[in-house]
Design a protein around this ligand. Structure first.
Ligand code: ATP
Length: 300
């Protein structure tokens, strides 16, 4: 067994997020295009007698992150141990840079990171398809956080297929001071659609075409998020922020997933820095991130 393993676990954004009608169990079918971007949590595991977790924030507030067995990363470690019948525990540290409840799958990425880290620590050599199945049990976004890159997600988002994609993109991420609960945003989506029929979700053809050619301008106009009206309804200031980016020189702007993080697509890194200047004062934290990047990977 290794002494200690650290994994970098990337944030995800949704280039499109199609939300279908609620099923009987309350879940909405999704059709989404994910992209992993260069903003990382770090998950470190060491052998221990019992599971424990410490969470540190690097520029993000972590007071809402549970440190008990309900934490998704600790659940992932326990699930992998059970899968292999391994009687091992870990002392886990999560360094968070992905905003909590920010619509960027921070908890899911930590879970993917914990699977990869524990698999390396225990030298269990879990095949990728088994890791993907465990990931899907843990949460809808966890399988994508394992593979990263750019991918289409269907079902609840857990059925992941890599997308044909060329080139890389630069994003400005506008982080909010306070997160939005994903269930609250879906409830608002339901409220806004009450009495009207919601179509089955689709992946926009224009988006896939833009990704195949690497055309940043076309990609910008093809970005979409069915949850955006619900996020705007709960946080009206986000609508002004997105409008500001669009009136400026962003190729596209939208809410990330269930929000409240907002995304602005730039031409390149220099343009992203210019866009960030334009947005200073409109959001508490503005970061630049490239995408796509790989999924959860051992870095030390
Ligand atoms: P998604 O985009 O997948 O809907 P999110 O990015 O909006 O998720 P998360 O940061 O994953 O939201 O956190 C959602 C909630 O999950 C938090 O408020 C917290 O209570 C809980 N949680 C459990 N484990 C973790 C974790 N490792 N990191 C962050 N939050 C966690």
């Amino acid at each position: 067994m290794r002494g200690r393993v650290t994994v970098a676990a990337p944030a995800k954004i949704n280039l499109s997020l199609g939300v279908g009608p609620a099923r009987d169990d309350g879940f909405h079918p999704l059709a989404t295009v994910y992209q992993a971007v260069g903003l990382y949590d770090e998950v470190t595991v060491r052998p221990a007698r019992e599971n424990s977790l410490t969470v540190h924030g690097d520029g993000v507030d972590v007071c809402d992150v549970p440190t008990d067995a309900t934490n998704l990363a600790l659940r992932a470690a326990a699930r992998l141990a059970a899968h292999h019948g391994v009687d091992e525990a870990v002392d886990m540290t999560v360094l968070k840079r992905i905003p909590v409840a920010g619509g960027m799958a921070g908890g899911s990425s930590d879970a993917a990171g914990a699977l990869v880290a524990c698999d390396a620590l225990w030298e269990t050599g879990t095949p990728q398809h088994e890791l993907m199945a465990l990931a899907a049990e843990l949460g809808s976004d966890v399988p994508f956080c394992l593979v990263g890159g750019t991918a289409v997600g269907t079902g609840r988002g857990e059925v992941v297929m890599p997308a044909m994609s060329r080139g890389s993109y630069w994003w400005v991420l506008a982080l909010a001071a306070e997160g939005l609960s994903t269930p609250d945003v879906f409830a608002e989506f339901d409220r806004l659609h009450a009495g009207s029929s919601v179509p089955e979700p689709e992946i926009p053809d224009g988006l896939m075409a833009a990704l195949r050619t690497g055309d940043v301008e076309q990609l910008g106009t093809a970005l979409s998020n069915d949850l955006q009206p619900a996020a705007f309804s709960l946080r009206p200031e986000l609508e002004d922020l997105v409008a500001l980016g669009l009136q400026g020189s962003a190729h596209g702007a939208l809410v990330s997933g269930s929000g409240p993080t907002c995304l602005f697509l730039a031409e390149d890194e220099t343009h992203a820095a210019t866009l960030r200047e334009l947005l200073v004062g409109s959001a508490p934290t503005l970061l630049l991130a490239p995408g796509p990047v790989p999924g959860a990977r051992v870095i030390r």
